[in-house]
Design a protein around this ligand. Structure first.
Ligand SMILES: Cc1cc2nc3c(=O)[nH]c(=O)nc-3n(C[C@H](O)[C@H](O)[C@H](O)COP(=O)(O)OP(=O)(O)OC[C@H]3O[C@@H](n4cnc5c(N)ncnc54)[C@H](O)[C@@H]3O)c2cc1C
Length: 418
């Protein structure tokens, strides 16, 4: 192997650290540029500080959890699979455990253990860390050879790997610089939008119920412009001061494209285990039990306390109404609303608050096997800078690691003399 090639890896998130470590371990001269003093700052806050580093599922299940450009990732995820990730970290001395939904965490429940393991991998492999912000990449006909940082110019690179992440949680360093570099080098960048993010609503119901978490509910999201249900699932959600959040809502947010104000309505099925007929019988029995009480008392067995008044308002009824005066039509309205409580969506929370950025360097301009640019011959991409994203569950970090491995292996293969 001609392994004296000089490689610049830009961005030390999971994608960049994986690419830099693997290339340095193969004998390349690697400079890893990171604008923060710390490596993997975002990685250190993932999984609520526990780091859900991958999902112990088959590649087929993995593909189903990718919300944007899954096909593009097929080769990368097969080259470096969730099982490879687990073996990699266990090989670095991090004991892992698998939790609900095949989510993989360190046994210690500390994301910093994952960051430290990756940092150790980078350093022991022999990569040089340069804690400087890259401000530009200079290209000529032979590709990019100069990396300009805020402090100086670095020359004579043979290959460049761009792993600067997306635009979410900018305090971690992901401020979208890579999108600018890619654009300046002739790449198309699909406009970044938030994904896995809370949804804002002006619905009074959200304000009146803020802080309330609903477990075992189902939601369906209607795209009113297309008159089509674009997402439905079962699980947990939360009302907040801005609208709605929680796992179900974050997953739904990945499907709200384009985001136009008031275009989508979330319908909450508060009793998914019962069909309308069963629910009507249940309501009738509660009404019989509480026939001399007010309507709000009669719904106490079916709904959490905080939801009762907002729910009755959503039905267009009065909570002071006596149960024995509720008409058949009003009861039908109650049952209908229990199965389909509507909450309109004004828009996304800002991208700063999103778990991931959807959008990024267009996948059709990148070779899916090597992550090599089809526009600039010595440029590679890995991680969230690419227009790929997935649900929560460890899939996004796995994408960063798999694409990081692909870049590294693409470069290693290029310099392997057969
Ligand atoms: C709160 C939160 C929780 C999450 N939890 C999970 C989870 O549990 N599981 C999961 O799979 N995913 C999770 N994610 C998503 C996951 O963290 C990202 O998808 C992943 O970190 C992307 O990796 P990356 O290497 O592509 O980019 P990043 O991790 O964003 O790293 C990019 C790096 O590039 C550096 N950089 C940027 N510009 C420059 C520049 N100009 N010069 C030098 N350096 C630069 C940045 O400082 C940063 O360190 C979470 C995200 C957030 C925000």
């Amino acid at each position: 192997m001609n392994n004296i090639a000089k490689i610049a890896v830009i961005g030390a998130g999971p994608a960049g650290m994986m690419a830099a470590g693997r290339l340095a371990a193969a004998g390349f001269s690697v400079s890893l540029f990171e604008k923060n003093d710390l490596l993997g700052k975002k990685l250190g806050i993932t999984g609520k500080g526990r780091c859900n580093l991958t999902n112990d599922c088959t590649p087929e299940t993995f593909m189903k959890n990718i919300t944007t450009n899954g096909k593009f990732l097929f080769s990368a995820v097969n080259r470096f699979s969730p099982r490879d990730t687990m073996a990699f970290f266990e090989g670095l001395g991090v004991a892992l455990k698998v939790e609900r939904g095949n989510r993989v965490f360190p046994v210690s429940d500390r994301a910093t253990d994952i960051v430290l393991a990756m940092k150790k991998y980078v350093i022991t492999s022999g990569a040089k860390i340069i804690n400087e912000r890259v401000t530009a990449l200079r290209a000529d006909d032979d590709g990019i050879s100069e990396v300009i940082t805020e402090k100086r110019k670095y020359e004579s690179f043979d290959e460049i790997v761009l792993c600067t992440g997306g635009l979410s949680y900018p305090l971690t360093g992901s401020t979208g610089d890579g999108f600018e570099f890619a654009r300046a080098l002739g790449h198309t960048v699909t406009p970044p939008v938030p994904s896995l993010v809370g949804l804002e609503s002006e619905d009074k119901l959200c304000r009146d119920t803020q802080g309330l978490s609903l477990k075992n509910v189902a939601i369906s999201v209607l795209d009113t412009a297309m008159s089509k249900v674009i997402f439905d699932d079962f699980g947990e959600m939360l009302f907040t001061h801005f609208g709605m959040s929680g796992p179900l809502i974050l997953s739904a947010s990945a499907h709200l494209r384009p985001m136009d104000r008031d275009r989508y309505v979330v319908y909450i099925d508060l009793k998914p285990a019962l069909d309308a007929e069963q629910l009507d019988a249940r309501v009738l029995s509660d009404f019989e039990k509480y026939k001399n009480k007010n309507l709000d008392n009669a719904l106490g067995d079916l709904l959490p306390q905080k939801l009762i008044h907002p729910f009755i308002k959503a039905c267009g009824l009065e909570y002071g109404e006596k149960v024995n005066s509720v008409t058949r039509a009003e009861r039908a309205k109650i049952v209908g609303t229990l199965k389909r409580l509507p909450v309109s969506v004004r828009g996304f929370r800002p991208i700063d608050e999103a778990i991931v950025t959807s959008g990024g360097v267009k996948t059709s301009e990148i070779d899916p096997k090597t992550m090599r640019s089809k526009k600039v011959k010595n440029l590679y991409f890995a991680g969230e800078v690419i227009d790929v994203d997935a649900y929560t569950g460890g899939f996004n970090i796995q994408i960063a690691l798999s694409t990081g491995v692909c870049c590294a292996d693409g470069i290693i293969e290029k310099y392997t003399v057969v």
